[in-house]
Design a binder for this molecule. Structure first.
Ligand code: ASP
Length: 267
């Protein structure tokens, strides 16, 4: 494994989002800046005892436009650079960051190095931007080791003082700087690392395999009181439908009415 015991090498992969935007002082409009100039906004990057390099997607992708093909492109950048770097920090818009983070956790099989997603609520040109702290800490964690092993060898999401398992996160606020939560799994780090919660590769030495063939035809159906048979039936009749994720109530409860069970059975 390259990098062991020497200076950690980290690749920042900039995909898009507010963390890569600056505000035009005259108009207040947000614009993407050339990510190669990130040090102008975060000069602290020069203080790191790490080799830090960056790769930017061009054009930058607002996370509302992210699609499975973009996830595959990110996974490919990681796979192509896997041997060269000890850890990866992915900068991503917050709106769909949890989707990308979850997808990556399943697309990177046998992962034995940190892949950390982060972003910001405020553009990088704001003096009190949260992007600076988020990026600096994500880089620090991506290079952290216990002996010769990375401290967090899984896909995770860092935001405002907390590191979460990627596929347990959800964006809970469009305004709060503490924008993400993991409701069903403890943080992997919060001031200190939560070592028992951190995933370790199954085999040693672990070999990275990537899965980039993703299926379409998936529907998310969120149940709500008063939904009714017709609407549910129409959702199950979508052309090309292959699988449904039912977002149910509470700990996984759904109506017990006959019509509901009938529609599910028929599907
Ligand atoms: N529109 C942005 C995005 O999700 C918002 C953000 O970065 O927080 O890409």
């Amino acid at each position: 494994m390259k990098g062991t015991f020497d200076t950690p090498s980290i690749l920042i992969i900039y995909t898009g989002g507010t963390i890569g935007m600056v505000e035009d002082r005259r108009t207040g409009a947000l614009e993407n800046y050339d990510f190669a100039h990130v040090r102008r906004w975060i000069p602290e990057l020069d203080e790191f005892d790490y080799n830090i390099e960056s790769y930017a997607f061009k054009p930058a992708i607002d996370s509302s436009d992210m699609e499975p093909a973009n996830w595959a492109a990110i996974v490919k950048v990681i796979a192509d650079n896997y041997e060269k770097y000890d850890g990866f920090v992915i900068l991503h818009g917050t709106d769909t960051m949890s989707y990308t983070a979850s997808a990556l956790s399943f697309m990177l099989e046998g992962l034995a190095k940190p892949v950390i997603l982060t972003g910001s609520q405020l553009p990088i040109s704001k003096i009190r931007t949260d992007g600076r702290e988020n990026l600096i800490t994500a880089i620090e964690i991506a290079g952290a080791r216990i002996g010769d092993r990375p401290e967090v060898p899984e896909v995770s999401l860092y935001f405002q003082n907390r590191l979460f398992r990627a596929n347990r996160t959800t964006k809970r606020s469009a305004e709060a700087l503490s924008a993400f939560r993991s409701y069903n799994y403890p943080p992997l780090a919060e001031v200190a690392y939560n070592l028992p919660a951190i995933l370790q590769p199954e085999e040693s030495p672990a070999e990275l395999r990537i899965a980039t063939k993703l299926s379409g035809g998936i529907e998310l159906i969120k149940l709500f009181p008063g939904m009714g048979e017709e609407i549910l039936r129409a959702m199950f009749s979508a052309p090309g439908l292959r699988a449904v994720v039912l977002e149910t109530f509470g700990a996984g409860n759904a109506p017990t009415s006959e019509w509901f069970i009938r529609v599910i059975e028929e599907a």
